[in-house]
Structures are given as structure tokens and as C-alpha cells.
Design a protein around this ligand. Structure first.
Ligand SMILES: [Zn+2]
Length: 400
């Protein structure tokens, strides 16, 4: 159901992650969140202060829906912790499986002549893949010590703005793990979906108004001979979000990759998977649209049904050049040719990550995003959002 975006045409947010403040040097290092927060004073103080800092940045930028910056994620390599947080905490997962290039994939698919970047030594994505250290599935998958409800509460207690918590989705964890337990791949995928569904309901129990499930595998496997079909991925995703739309606003995030701010494929198109994305039981689907300057806006608009809202990326996570408000506004005007304003939301293409850019770059991209959206809001006669960073005043309280 619509909560945070209800009656908020052109609401703004970011995908999730923000660069960690430089002084936030502590990491969970495989510990459960509550163990670190309960027994490690240094971690607890840095974590709360850092979440407060990134929420404050988002409020000063003027965003309508804020995130906790994914600050539970460790400073590891190439955004590994987006998967790793789950790898290290879910039940049923065991040893680290080293992966050298695509050898595991080659064994699975019988394709020994891969032309993928992850399989090519000397490619940044090859190094990313070597540092993923995915786990083996050794027993029944369970939610383990994800503790997303505690993660949500830690952030929401700091602000009256709604906090959007996000999680890597179960099928993406499965796709990267090595299954040594379940007979069929789809059984393992469904086990992840069921475990995460329980976990997400605990976030709803904690009072969250919005939740973002990140990256169904659909757009990464379309057109390949992968071991799980697109239809099965839709079924599994809908199992993962079952019952949640009655309780909060459910977002599905999609993009074309973010390891070290890289695109994982040279060319990409959402078009073939739009009929599948449209079957997902969610309120909002996000699309990466700033990176290719809105090339697929018309197709996206016609491919997603009226029961859902569409969230477009207004700034990219891949470049350090901060988009101008005019650039953001012009992309938004083109989106509005195909999408009604009360169905349209604006975000970053993906998270600003931990190794892609500095905190300042991310901050000014968020300010530009809001300034650009405000230009269009004015043209449409909508109320604009106060972006304190753009006021040039020194008397604005960012919190109350
Ligand atoms: Zn993304």
C-alpha cells in the first residue's frame, strides 16, 4: 500500500547506500548487529553518529524519504557487504567458496568460453568477483541474525522523516552462493525467499512504513541459459514479499550494477523483462535511467501497470560530475511525457556506495536532484520541498 509516497507526486529519495563518513572506521566484521551495538561502545557511538550524519545530509538536501545509508555494511571491497551482510548472517550458509574468475559458473553452465568481464583477468570486475567470497549452502536456509528490525529502529529513532531500509533480495544471494544442499536450484531460491519474508515482516512489526527489496535476478539473466527461469524468479520474488503490501509500501529496486560503481554489462535494456517486473507484487519499481539519459522511459512507462508507481534515477552513481538541476529537470520533464506525476518518484540510479565517490559528491548530487525536481514542481504548480542546503541561510533547523 502507498504510505510514504501517498499524496506526494514527484517524491524524492535515494536508493540506499551513502559513503561512510571517514571517521566511521569500525565495522561489524561478521558480528550480529545487536551484538556489536550491545557490547562494543566504539562501534555503537560511531554507528549512531554516522547514521545521524547521513540522515542530516539527506534532510539538508531536501529529500522526502531518507535512508540509513546502508551503514551496517562493512567497508570491504566493491560493495561486497551488500551481499556479505546476508552471506555472513543467514542460517544454512557455511564455508567461504573461493571463486576465481568464472570457473564456478563455467562448471554450472558448461560454458568454458566466457566473454564476461568477470572472467577476464585484468578487468576490474574480475577482481571484484575474486573478492566476493560467496558462501556454500550447507543446510536449510533461515533468517539467522539479520536483525533488520533493529537496524530500522536504530535509524528511525533519530528522525521524523520516514526511513527506507533496503535489502539485497534472496534470489541474488542464491545466484552468488554455491548450492551444496538443495536438490534443485529453485528449491534453494525459494528457501531464501521464505526466510527473508519472515525477516521483512519483523521490519513491518517494528513500524516501518516502507521497505525496499533490491535486485531480482530477472534483468541479469534474461536471454541467458541460467538454471532458474524468469517465471520461477517472479514466483520466488512474490513469495519473498508475500503479505507485505498490506502492511507497508514495498519497493523493488533494479539497476545495472554497482560494484566499484561499474556497470556489469556493456549494453543493457529493460525492455525484455518489463512483463516480468510488472508481475512483481510491489508498489514501486525503480529503474536506472540517468546513466543512459532516459533512453527507455517510454518503454518503461508502457511496461509497468497502473497499480504500481515508477521511480526513475535522476542522478547517476557512476560519475563524479554532479548533475546540474537543469539536467535533472529535463530528464524529469521527459519522464512526465509518459508517466503521470502522481505515479512518478525520483531517486538516484543506485546507491552512492562505499568506494564509488566521496561523501561530498553524494551530498551535492542529492541537492541537485531536489533542486531539479523543484524546478519541475514549480512549473506544474506543485508545492516545492525545502532544501536547506540551497537556502543560503543559517537559521534552518534540520531536525525537530
Ligand atoms: Zn542498484
Amino acid at each position: 500500500m502507498f504510505t510514504v509516497s501517498q499524496n506526494k507526486p514527484l517524491a524524492t529519495t535515494i536508493t540506499g547506500s551513502l559513503p561512510k563518513p571517514l571517521w566511521f572506521t569500525e565495522n561489524l566484521r561478521r558480528r550480529p548487529f545487536l551484538e556489536a551495538m550491545g557490547s562494543d561502545y566504539q562501534y555503537r557511538e560511531q554507528y549512531f553518529d554516522a547514521v545521524m550524519a547521513v540522515i542530516s545530509d539527506q534532510i539538508r538536501a531536501g529529500l522526502d524519504i531518507v535512508t540509513d545509508g546502508d551503514l551496517r555494511c562493512d567497508s570491504d571491497i566493491g560493495g561486497r557487504s551488500w551481499f556479505g551482510y546476508l552471506f555472513e548472517r543467514m542460517d544454512g550458509l557455511g564455508d567461504i567458496a573461493m571463486r576465481h574468475g568464472g570457473s564456478e559458473w563455467a562448471a554450472k553452465t558448461g560454458n568454458n568460453k566466457s566473454t564476461k568481464r568477470v572472467d577476464a583477468p585484468g578487468d576490474i570486475l574480475h577482481e571484484v568477483m575474486e573478492t566476493r567470497l560467496p558462501p556454500k549452502i550447507l543446510g536449510p536456509i533461515g533468517r539467522g541474525s539479520l536483525q533488520y528490525d533493529a537496524v530500522f529502529k536504530a535509524a528511525q529513532r533519530l528522525t521524523k522523516w520516514p526511513v527506507k531500509i533496503g535489502s539485497c533480495c534472496g534470489q541474488m544471494v542464491h545466484k552468488n552462493a554455491v548450492n551444496d544442499y538443495y536438490e534443485k536450484p529453485i528449491d534453494a531460491v525459494m528457501a531464501f525467499s521464505e526466510a527473508l519474508n519472515e525477516e521483512y515482516h519483523s521490519v513491518a512489526d517494528a513500524g516501518a512504513q516502507v521497505l525496499q527489496i533490491e535486485e531480482p535476478c530477472l534483468h541479469f539473466v534474461a536471454g541467458t541459459a541460467w538454471e532458474v527461469s524468469l517465471d520461477d524468479y517472479v514466483t520466488a520474488f512474490n513469495r519473498e514479499v508475500a503479505g507485505l503490501r498490506n502492511r507497508l509500501e514495498v519497493w523493488c529496486h533494479t539497476c545495472w550494477g554497482n560494484p566499484l560503481a561499474q556497470k556489469v554489462e556493456a549494453n543493457y535494456s529493460y525492455e525484455p523483462i518489463l512483463p516480468y517486473l510488472d508481475q512483481l507484487d510491489v508498489d514501486v519499481v525503480t529503474f536506472e535511467t540517468a546513466d543512459n539519459n532516459g533512453a527507455e522511459l517510454e518503454a518503461i512507462a508502457s511496461g509497468i501497470g497502473m497499480d504500481k508507481k515508477i521511480c526513475i534515477g535522476g542522478v547517476t552513481h557512476r560519475t563524479l560530475q554532479v548533475e546540474s538541476p537543469d539536467q535533472v529537470a529535463s530528464l524529469l520533464r521527459r519522464a512526465l511525457e509518459f508517466i503521470e506525476p502522481d505515479r512518478l518518484l525520483i531517486s538516484s540510479d543506485c546507491g552512492f556506495g562505499r568506494q564509488g565517490m566521496s561523501r561530498m559528491h553524494a551530498f551535492y548530487k542529492m541537492v541537485s536532484l531536489v533542486k531539479g525536481v523543484n524546478l519541475v514542481r514549480k512549473e506544474l504548480g506543485f508545492e516545492t520541498t525545502v532544501a536547506p542546503a540551497a537556502l543560503g541561510r543559517y537559521d534552518f533547523l534540520t531536525h525537530d
